[in-house]
Design a protein around this ligand. Sequence first.
Ligand SMILES: Cc1cc2nc3c(=O)[nH]c(=O)nc-3n(C[C@H](O)[C@H](O)[C@H](O)COP(=O)(O)OP(=O)(O)OC[C@H]3O[C@@H](n4cnc5c(N)ncnc54)[C@H](O)[C@@H]3O)c2cc1C
Length: 395
Amino acid sequence: MSRPTVGVVGLGTMGAQVLWQLALRGVRATGFETYAPGHARGAAGGETRLFRNFELDDLGYAPVVRRADELWEILQRESGRPLRTKTGVLVMGSPGHRQMRTALRSAEMSGLPYVVYDEDELARRHPEFDVDPGDIGLWDPRGGAIRPELTVAAAADMARRRGATVHTDARVQGIESRRGRVVVVTESGEQVFDRVVVAAGGWTPGLIPALAPTLMVRRLTSAWYFGRKPDYLDSIVPFIRTVPTYCYGLPVPDRTAMKVGLGFENHLAVDDPDTVPRVLRPEELAPFTAMVERYLPGLQRHPMRTETYIETYTEDRHEWIGELRELPGVIALAGFSGHGFKMCPAIGEIGAELAIDGATTLDIGFLRGGTPPTQDAVARGAASAYPVKPTTPGR
Ligand SMILES: Cc1cc2nc3c(=O)[nH]c(=O)nc-3n(C[C@H](O)[C@H](O)[C@H](O)COP(=O)(O)OP(=O)(O)OC[C@H]3O[C@@H](n4cnc5c(N)ncnc54)[C@H](O)[C@@H]3O)c2cc1C
């Protein structure tokens, strides 16, 4: 059977990866992006994202992150760009809390190197952080920082160089299933495909009303702080604190400032991502100030910069991935719930496989959506663009 033609709507974090994976497989793929790949108005802005190997919530993600890790290496090598830097990531929090217990279990099962620090050791090794009494640290030496805008731009560029078509400044106005094919409508007219993958981030509910009840669109703020002393950030590492004191931070690449982010409760609900206020009200900074003063005492109290981005959540924080019953031939990738970037190369592969075969190599049955039955991972992997390495379950 000949390969389907595939349209990809949204060339942000996930769409650019889907386009690259389709192009790798020799599929005739066409991407549509309202702006241009690498812009910072959606979910992929702020120069850094955490890559961590250990799960805080659902161990089902572990194989997806493992696969992403393999593909990050390939993406970085083939793009020739510094997309991911393995600085290590420090997970901190109470050992009695569910998220930290899951992280420890995830580390144990991973077969990857890790170190657990008790409170004293944590203070000795990472004196830049204050912690709560009894907190522990889980050091993930193979974790690190990803550059989101550069990754998106690089993936789209690699797809284009392998033959994909990239339409920039091309907002998709509608998607329709007609007589077994899918029509994509833009200002310039209609284009018809065998399948369409929609990866429109915060704009998904507007484009696919059937998903609106499932998706919650939120405005996420990042705040950048200078250190009080010039050397405070010299050896600070990217970190994440587990709930109930959830927050995370990454030094900027030249270590002159630290970016800090908060959890879901602090994100403003978004009606329309095109008109959401991007400038913060002063009172919105209060939870940042509280976290910084409590856990990062060497940072200045006032941020030197704040930015807002748009992300889509689901109720249980599990992605919606699959073909839409309401729109046959249309596959949606949505609801990445604040943790999608590290997995994006693997999600791109999943999206491409769903578009071509209607099934995936990795088991994504634990996610939401119309996920098809999984096939034998190793056998299917041998047929993919970059074979999936066999893994030892339970390691
Ligand atoms: C501040 C912040 C910090 C985060 N930190 C981390 C982290 O440390 N680690 C991690 O793993 N994850 C993190 N995440 C989550 C991760 O960044 C997201 O899960 C991921 O970027 C979501 O990708 P997406 O493709 O769904 O959306 P996007 O990247 O926003 O892509 C959607 C694209 O679709 C385009 N589009 C929309 N509508 C249309 C249309 N009609 N026609 C054409 N194009 C359209 C948009 O312009 C956009 O480019 C963070 C997210 C945010 C916002």
